[in-house]
Ligand binder design. Structure first.
Ligand code: 5GP
Ligand code: ZN
Length: 115
């Protein structure tokens, strides 16, 4: 299924739910997480509905590559200069809540992580 009408991130792609967009092209959308865990917290998603990483196949390799290459580019553009964290939660045991593949990209100073 390329678009799932019940999927919240497909609705964001379609503009049916508003989001604070950071990037968009033919394949990908990046927007700010509604409940950020870091000063800069983006979600990078494919426009194509893929429920989770567990559903990937060989034909998706380029799409995943695009997501990986976009992350540092957007962090640079948003002024994140001291590193960032990327997370893809997969399935119930992976803590996935939204079943449309997404990469969390979190940057900015997080003093609570230093110890
Ligand atoms: P997951 O646990 O599935 O990896 O993370 C889902 C993420 O999507 C959460 O961090 C949550 O805050 C974010 N999220 C859920 N609904 C919305 C929404 O409608 N808009 C935005 N911008 N983020 C959302
Ligand atoms: Zn979707």
């Amino acid at each position: 299924m390329s678009h799932d009408p019940n999927c919240i991130f497909c609705k964001i792609v379609a503009g049916q739910i508003p989001s604070k967009k950071a990037y968009e092209d033919e394949y990908l959308l990046a927007f700010h997480d509604i409940n950020p865990w870091a000063p800069v917290h983006l979600l990078i998603i494919p426009k194509l509905h893929i429920a989770s990483m567990a559903d990937l196949h060989d034909g998706h390799a380029e799409l995943l590559g695009r997501m990986g290459v976009l992350a540092p580019k957007l962090m640079r553009e948003l002024g994140v200069s001291n590193g960032f964290r990327t997370v893809i939660n997969t399935g119930p045991d992976g803590g996935q809540e939204v079943y449309h593949l997404h990469m969390h990209v979190m940057g900015g100073p997080r003093p609570w992580l230093k110890g």
